[in-house]
Design a protein. Structure first.
Lengths: 276, 262
């Protein structure tokens, strides 16, 4: 019995399909773009093909992420807080704090010893402390977002970035460049400022071991190290940190079927030519 | 220059513009505004020199100078330094004796000051952490819309249906602007939406001080009719704007220079 989870984030759409044992049989990560519905189907279709399945064979489809309402073919919508905590409970039973750093928001989730959500904090109002912060500044520095982690590790010291606001920090960074600071030093400084902001937000939840970092931010080794510096101990990162939302969604679908929960709605595929 | 006429200078070294004003009997005689550029010292000297030559006065003939603004430290001439909040208050009260609040929307910061009935500063707040509260927000959006800063106000006031941004963050509003344009939103509605977001931020500052009319709006923001309208709406009062809203701090500085000397 296969179960699918689809997570439509602000920048990436992720699909995970698990089998009846909860083992991942396929996963796909694609861009989100302006047309959610279309891309959701494209990414889902690819994941189904990779698993060697047909759409009708999926026993349950759960959608999550900020674009979750734009999935016309789901059986249920669940918030990403619930989905993330579901997969983290599976991957890291010792986790008490989850920090998810997405393209346009960041979240902190506190879990109890059973892996249940006790409390959470979120920032989606300000670009500082979200992937967008690094994206904007990578562009100003003329470097790739994906290079930032490795670049920052080359720095022996970091440049203190005093502005929180992305717009002001962008300006500050170019000033530091003209003053002779190197790009690795500046990028290390950006990670430090970023980590300070995110960890301060999560501090209100009470930081406890273990801390797990997920989302695109967890793919940045420099940022993960900066977060470790702030919390004072090593953090855990899943092998594919972008997939925890979609994996949690798929696992919740499996839970629903096991508990005999029926779909909330009919899967709508009209106007959809992909599966024909 | 007649023998008995004394001139006093006020120089305001701001992050975006440097302004110089010469007053005599608290009336502005000449003024100059020049973009600050990368070298405050050099620009400040040039702005003051240009103002002096316009008035036909030499630096030695000036009876007093007060310098203010974020770059006051870099003044290339000997002058007393006074905080820009104090200068702003003095300048605004000389134009509007009824002023009890002064909001200054500059290139980088927004400041709000509450004045006592006598014009002293009772309290003051500043927004420096976030671009939404400053002229930078408008620069960011103007760049996307490919319009000049001066055209923003006249366009914005035409708006019938301001765009509502989901957050007030300038960075998120920037990408939202792109999608709204793709959806066919009108330029004036986008600008009016930005003005509303900025006005909300300004209103938060003013609320923190407990608003007291009359409210005066100065700085580059005062030259933007759309922003003036949005701030008036957000505060529920019609804000007063000086004829040259960018000069009030420099003017206040010059008035303070004049008060000092008999």
């Amino acid at each position: 019995m296969p179960f699918a989870g689809i997570d439509i984030g602000s920048t990436m759409t992720k699909v995970v399909i698990v089998d009846s044992d909860g083992i991942i049989v396929s996963s796909v990560i694609g861009p989100t773009g302006a047309e959610h519905r279309h891309l959701a189907l494209e990414v889902m279709d690819e994941a189904i093909k990779k698993a060697g399945l047909a759409f009708e064979q999926l026993d349950f489809i759960v959608s999550t992420g900020y674009g979750r309402i734009n999935v016309p073919f789901n059986d249920k919508q669940i918030t990403e807080i619930t989905c993330h905590s579901r997969s983290i409970r599976e991957l890291f039973p010792s986790a008490r704090i989850l920090i998810d750093i997405g393209g346009q928001d960041s979240k902190g989730i506190k879990l109890d010893s059973d892996g249940k959500v006790v409390n959470f904090v979120m920032n989606d109002k300000c670009a500082a402390g979200t992937g967008r912060f690094l994206e904007v500044i990578a562009e100003a520095l003329g470097i790739e977002l994906t290079q930032m982690g490795d670049l920052s590790l080359k720095a022996k010291k970091y440049v203190k970035i005093s502005n929180t606001c992305t717009v002001f920090a962008e300006h500050e960074v170019t000033t530091r460049l003209t003053e002779g600071s190197t790009i690795p030093e500046i990028v290390a400084g950006l990670h430090e400022a970023f980590a300070a902001r995110v960890v301060n937000m999560v501090r209100s939840l009470g930081i406890e071991k273990d801390v797990v970092v997920t989302g695109g931010g967890a793919k940045n080794i420099g940022l993960v190290k900066a977060i470790e510096d702030k919390v004072g101990f090593p953090v855990l990162v899943p092998p594919e940190p972008l997939l925890t939302g979609a994996l949690g969604a798929a696992l919740l679908g499996r839970d629903f079927v096991a508990r005999g929960v029926t779909p909330e709605r009919e899967r709508r595929l009209e106007g959809v030519t992909f599966f024909k | 220059m007649s023998d008995n006429q004394k001139y006093y200078a006020g120089v305001d070294i701001g992050s975006a513009f440097i302004k110089a004003v010469l007053v005599s009997h608290k009336q502005i005689m000449v003024s100059r505004i020049v973009a600050s550029g990368g070298n405050y010292k050099e620009t400040a000297r040039r702005v003051l020199d240009e103002a002096l030559s316009k008035a036909g006065v030499s630096l030695e003939e000036l009876s007093g100078i007060v310098v203010t603004g974020i770059g006051a430290e870099s003044a290339p001439f000997r002058a007393r330094q006074v905080s820009d909040v104090s200068c702003q208050a003095v300048g605004c009260r000389s134009l509007f004796p009824s002023a009890r609040m002064v909001i200054d929307i500059g290139g980088q910061f927004t400041k709000a000051a509450k004045l006592t009935p006598k014009g002293r500063i009772a309290n003051f707040l500043m927004s420096e952490k976030c671009a939404t509260g400053s002229g930078r927000f408008l620069q960011v959006i103007a760049r996307i819309l490919r319009i000049n800063i001066e055209d923003i106000g006249p366009l914005s006031v035409k708006s019938q249906m301001p765009v509502e941004f989901s957050t007030n963050c300038a960075v998120f509003a920037e990408s939202e602007t792109v999608s709204r344009i793709a959806e066919g939103a009108k330029m004036e509605d986008i600008l009016a939406g930005v003005h509303r977001a900025m006005a909300a931020k300004v209103a938060m500052l003013v609320k923190g001080l407990q608003m007291e009319p009359d409210v005066v709006l100065t700085g580059g923001g005062g030259e933007d009719a759309g922003l003036v309208l949005a701030v008036s709406e957000a505060l529920g009062v019609k804000v007063l704007v000086p004829e040259q809203p960018r000069l009030t701090a420099a003017m206040g500085a010059a008035c303070l220079a004049e008060e000092e000397k008999p």
